[in-house]
Design a protein around this ligand. Structure first.
Ligand SMILES: C[S@@+](CC[C@H](N)C(=O)[O-])C[C@H]1O[C@@H](n2cnc3c(N)ncnc32)[C@H](O)[C@@H]1O
Length: 359
């Protein structure tokens, strides 16, 4: 469906601002985040170890406050023999109806196992979902429904296992009760390829979560923050400069050899006329001190080498996930401009502070 309208109806997403073209989104899927978890890929050995070490033998009950089809709970029953119960805002699913973004009954004797709804507030506005969900964000200080859901779960349960967007890793959401973060490469959903992680929470504050990719331990959260470093703005580089001498492809392609990279501007096959102040995936950088073709090529070689080292050292976790996996099943990644600036300054020979205070 494509038509002009103003103001927009619930769920009418603005596709093209200039022409007012909109399309209808699925209100239940978007507003209620009703993407159900299928299969057992979320319950790998790291999450299993957390549940059995932290939660079993006490408590032996699992509650999902956003239970949907109840697939996570069914797995808790079959794998751990747990008793289970759940809530959902939708009637007719077999659970007690409860608005769990408002409040969840406190339960000291159960572990919360859930995959809550996700929806960023800017996305709720763009998709005209504000009348349905806007009230949750107001006064919450949070910018995504999953963060509000986490607040409610952590208020009501000592132990929580929650599948949430992988962007959590780079968000400012407080992590002091988070003990483990498991990045899933296998998609646990039946109908979306959104990059996600499983987070495991305990009652005690002062945690420095261990980050895993699937079952492989990568590093502590504080180490990741240290690697990302603190980089101040620099007048040596202009981002999103249509006349820039260096190209930056800031996102992995779908083919495994089409990686994030710096490219001499004249060799970058991306229309300069498409660069906007808001460009985040493909851009040109103005670096005036790189004055000849040779110097530009040498700079790109060094920057790519430094960047690949970061990727290897961190197993990619310092980069945000981007739109699912490549053709080899490896998560595609995006380089944010803050880290790009760090790599560029290092390639230009500037010593860059590499540690940051935690949150
Ligand atoms: C992402 S689905 C997850 C379902 C289930 N946890 C799973 O993993 O299969 C989210 C569920 O949360 C429910 N939901 C959305 N907003 C809610 C709210 N405010 N209170 C309770 N449930 C809500 C939706 O109806 C949907 O069934």
């Amino acid at each position: 469906m494509a038509k002009e309208s103003s103001p927009r109806e619930l769920g009418e997403m603005l596709v093209k601002a200039e022409s007012g073209i909109t399309k209808q989104v699925d209100i239940t899927k978007v507003g209620r985040g009703a993407f159900n978890t299928k299969g057992s890929s979320w319950l790998n050995s790291v999450v299993r170890d957390f549940i059995t070490r932290e939660a079993i033998p006490f408590p032996l009950r699992a509650v999902d406050p956003y239970a949907g089809q109840g697939d996570m709970l069914k797995l808790c029953e079959s794998e751990f023999g747990m008793e289970t119960s759940g809530y959902d805002i939708q009637d007719g699913l077999g659970w007690e109806v409860n608005d769990s973004l408002e409040s969840i009954p406190r339960d000291d004797e159960a572990i919360c196992i859930t995959n809550p709804p996700y929806l960023a507030n800017y996305s709720a506005k763009r998709k005209s979902m504000w009348p349905m969900v806007g009230r949750y964000y107001e006064d919450s200080g949070r910018s995504d429904l999953y963060e509000i859901a986490l607040d409610r779960c952590l208020e009501s349960f000592d132990h929580v296992v929650a599948i949430i967007p992988e962007t959590f890793l780079h968000s400012t959401y407080p992590k002091e009760r988070c003990q483990r973060i498991v990045i899933l490469e296998a998609n646990p959903f039946e109908d979306t390829t959104f990059p996600v992680c499983v987070t495991c929470w305990v009652p005690e504050k002062g945690q420095d979560p261990t980050i895993y990719v699937a079952e492989k331990e990568i590093m502590r959260f504080s180490e990741m923050v240290g690697i990302k470093g603190d980089v101040t703005r620099s007048n040596r580089i202009v981002f999103n400069d249509p006349d820039g001498n260096v190209g930056l492809k800031a996102v992995d392609g779908t083919k495994s050899d089409d990686r994030i990279r710096f490219i001499p501007g004249d060799d970058f096959d991306y229309p300069r006329s498409s660069i906007k102040v808001s460009s985040r995936l493909m851009t040109y950088l103005g670096i005036p001190e790189l004055e000849s073709e040779e110097v530009i090529s040498e700079f790109c070689r060094r920057a790519n080498e430094i960047f690949e080292e970061y990727r290897e050292k961190s197993e990619d976790i310092i980069l945000s996930g981007f739109k699912g996996n490549n053709k080899e099943g490896k998560r595609r990644r995006r380089l944010d401009y803050r880290l790009a600036r760090k790599v560029i300054l290092e390639a230009l020979g500037e010593s860059v502070q590499t540690t940051l205070p935690q949150e």
